[in-house]
Structures are given as structure tokens and as C-alpha cells.
Design a protein around this ligand. Sequence first.
Ligand SMILES: [Zn+2]
Length: 388
Amino acid sequence: MATPPNQRIERSRRTILDALNQSFPATRQELSRRTGLAPSTVAGIVRGLLAEGLVREHAADGQTGRGRPSSRLSPRRPPGHLVGIDFGHTHIAAALATTAQEIVAEARTRLDVEASAGNALDQAAVLVADLLDRTGVPAGSVLRTAAGIPGPVNQATGRIQSATILAGWTGVRPRQELTARLGGEVLIANDAELAALAEHTHGTGRNASDLIYVKASHGIGAGLILAGRRYTGAYGASGEIGHTLIQEGGAQCRCGQRGCLESVVSIGEVWRQLVAAGLPLPERTEWPDDLSLAALAGNPVAARIITDAGRRIGRVLSDLCNALDPAMLIIGGELATAGDPLLEGIRESLRRFAQPAISDRVQVHTSSLGPRAGLIGALTLAATESAA
Ligand SMILES: [Zn+2]
């Protein structure tokens, strides 16, 4: 079936921007050659990018007119730096990058982020100060900071508004708090949304204008890219699939309900099941943020446990797919390190519970950016959006 025109344009636009980011300046003719897009398509899309201010044009030597096929184009990048911060449940990561999103330095620290918002925000400010010290970049050079939070962020009020999902942060306004600590412009978004943005801009989802990123970790959350844009929902709580009921009277979840998806398939619960099945994993009382199930590849007992977790996630994703019809599901978080057995379980549920028109076509992949997806997404947000 033919791709709808708006998706085709969005894809071509992305292709041209990516080609230009990879090597510039470039003429329209060069872009056409490098992307394989027709000269007329390139000309039309470049006109839009110039109008949006994303691209600038320098007249070629000896020419005065603009818009000529031989005049040269560059991405518009102000000088300076960007900061990205990723708050996980058990870690904080920060990166300093140029406005072209080239990472200059990054650092991470382990911390119980949920226990105290104030402490986590202080630690984030320390990480950023260390990055600036280490690189000699003056604080005044940072144009914008963006941070991902593992909970719903109300974009209108800037508050974390869920007593059930990130209890220790309820009522906190991370944007104001980080602005007070770091200065400059600060943007805040949900961590899974930022990972979705990263995959859409730099990863597996580069050619998909509609995708769902699932962070399957200590919690289970989804980030949505719809019609090429990050979708937050009216109150910033879109994609909170972790608290979907999948087992009446099941295990108690941290949200107070029983039988939530997250209480059944969080990395902690799956790890516990793997240990209980006698698999060679260390018992853990403290959860580091770099758990990997990759070492269990090929183990048939592990595969059954992991495929079962995949089926349960897939059951919830089937409903979401029926409602939104995404082209791609990208699975990230520690659970995604299990790879194929997890994806097989998800695909199995999609075949069973999603409409065939959807399950036949939707692609299911693991994240290509891995545990850094949220951090890269924060830098992408800082590079592409402003608070104004
Ligand atoms: Zn719950």
C-alpha cells in the first residue's frame, strides 16, 4: 500500500536534515544526489526548512541570488553548548554537548532518585558543574538544559503530578528547581518520551513518523511520537502503560493497585523469577541501572520466562496499537537486553490481540541507543525546542 503523503514528506524532510547534519555545506543538487530524492522534492523541503529557520543559505561565489540550485546550505546552529540530564529510578546521567549534539563529556552517578527529589536535583547540579569544570566550558556557554524525569510531567504547570507513579516528587517543579541550581533555560519532559524522541531523531525510528518507545525497566512507560511529533497528552501522562491492570488480584504494585503490568514484568520481578528458576544471576538487594540479561541468550529456561514477560507487555501494547496504529515499536530499558525472546513474546501477543491490519505491519525492534536513549533524547530536546 502507498505511504500517505504527509508521512512521505516527513520522512524526506528527516532524510534531508540528516544528510545535511552529516556533511555541510551542501548544495540542493548534492542533497538530491546523496538522498536519492528528486531535485523538485529537495527544493520544496529546503524551502520549508529555510522558512522554519532550521537551515541557512550562503550564496555561492559570484552569485547574488538565493534559492539557486548551486547556492550552499548549512544547518543553523548557534554557537554554545547544551546540557542533557537523565533521571532514572536508580541513577542520574548528564551530558554536555555542542549545539550540533556532539557529546563533549558525560557522567553518571548511582542514587535512589525517587527517595528525595531535592537530593536528586542537587546531585544533578553537581554532575553538571563537574562536566563544566572538567571541560573548561563556561556555564554562560550553556544555551539550554533539558532533563528527563521517570514520571508524568504536567507541561502546563511544570509539576510532577502523580502521587502514585513518582511519589517522592509529587508537587515538585523540576524546571524551576533546576533553573535555580543551574541558571539559563531549562526544559523538562518524561524520560520515555525523550527516549522516543532520540530513537526518532538518531536511532532505529528515523524513518517512522509514528512510533511507540517502551522503556521496560524498574517501571514500564511508553513515549509516543505521533505524526512526527513528541506527544505528551493534555496533562503529561500519556504512555503510562505500567499501571494497566493485567492480573486481577495480582501482586501489589507501588501505585496501590494490584496486578499492574509493572508489578508483573519490571526488571526486578523478571530478575527475581530468573534467580528463582536457578539461573546463574546474583541475588541483588540493590538494583544497579546497568542490569543486563544478554548473558542468558540461548538458555531455554530464561527464554521461557522472558518470552512470558514479553507476552504480557505485548498484551498491553496490542490495545495501544489498535488505538494509535504506529509503524514501529521500539523496546528499551534493561529488559530489552534480553533481545529476541522478549520481542518474540511481544509479537505473539500482537498477532493474537491487535487487529491483523496492524499486527501484520507493525515493526518491533529493540532500542538502538540502549541505556543512553533518554540522555540523547534530552540533548535532542535541548537542541530542537525552546521554552518560549
Ligand atoms: Zn501500578
